[in-house]
Design a protein around this ligand. Sequence first.
Ligand code: SF4
Length: 87
Amino acid sequence: MTTLMVPRAPKWHVHAACRNADREVDWIDAEPGSGAAVDCQETCRLCPVRLACAITALTNGESYGVWGGMDQADLEALRHSDAQIAA
Ligand code: SF4
């Protein structure tokens, strides 16, 4: 028997500002500095779970898209900084 593993959204995602955001905006493939990334970051600015989102992205090593108001370049810069994220 094969078990299909479907990733579940974290609990905090029910409060995410992007949850009902425009589906035309591509959160995963938004290139750093692009109009799409800026649109996403604008939504993140008022998101009540922004910190949880950022911590999730950093602890899971997310490399693409916009998370916690940070684009791919921001995430990469933080990863290469001296910042330590406690899991
Ligand atoms: S911080 Fe941005 S990407 Fe993260 S849940 Fe909120 S709106 Fe979505």
